[in-house]
Design a protein around this ligand. Structure first.
Ligand SMILES: C[S@@+](CC[C@H](N)C(=O)[O-])C[C@H]1O[C@@H](n2cnc3c(N)ncnc32)[C@H](O)[C@@H]1O
Length: 191
């Protein structure tokens, strides 16, 4: 008898569509940069995921949660919890506000050089104070999470065993991180 393949959701995949590893690549192409036919599911993640309770094996998303306003972000994470099966895992990567603040306080050059290249519209003065505010308002971000805050929220929702992880280091076999940069933090949790 054929057993069903585990469901693995790569949410808000953007152009980082992963083929051949069993991932369902989901996005609503709001940045209009994903080629036609690349997505496995065109879906607005402000709506509940089209999956049954306790039916999904793995969920991965990076550089997405901060694109939702606070309440929508919380609702989205609740829905991730709903669809995950008990023991299922989720990995999140996001631009960690705590890393920005630490870099601001210590004037971390590597951090500055990386983030300053990516702020919307470029920088006028190239100062740390400009970068701090550009970080908060660039890239159509609607909210920000320090690592402690996101961990607290995930545990509050019911996830367990929250662990911060390095790029491509995973307890659950996640191997599709695309963000090996000084701004990103990864966290893993299970249901
Ligand atoms: C900063 S990009 C990150 C893409 C990819 N994960 C990466 O790290 O390169 C944010 C992605 O979220 C998607 N997105 C934003 N709002 C969305 C929504 N409401 N529903 C589905 N996708 C959304 C955008 O289309 C975009 O591809």
């Amino acid at each position: 008898m054929k057993t069903a393949e585990p469901i693995k959701l790569h949410l808000a995949c953007g152009t980082n569509v992963v083929k051949g590893k069993g991932w369902t690549n989901v996005d609503n192409n709001s940045d209009h940069n994903i080629k036609k036919g690349q997505l496995d599911l065109d879906w607005d993640l402000r709506k509940p995921l089209p999956y049954k309770d306790d039916s999904v094996d793995k969920i991965f998303h990076e550089h997405f949660i901060e694109h939702l306003p606070k309440a929508q972000g919380e609702a989205f994470l609740h829905d991730c919890y709903r669809v995950l099966e008990p023991g299922g895992s989720m990995r999140i990567g996001w631009p960690d506000t705590a890393k920005m603040i630490r870099a601001y306080v210590t004037h971390n050059k590597k951090y500055f050089n990386y983030v300053s290249k990516h702020v919307d519209g470029g920088m006028l003065f190239g100062t740390w104070d400009e970068l701090l505010v550009d970080f908060l308002y660039s890239w159509q971000h609607r909210y920000g999470y320090t690592r402690k805050h996101l961990k607290q929220l995930l545990l509050h929702i019911g996830f367990k065993d929250a662990k911060y992880k390095k790029y491509r280091q995973s307890d659950y076999g996640f191997d599709i991180d695309a963000r090996n940069d000084p701004a990103t933090t990864y966290i893993e949790v299970i249901k």
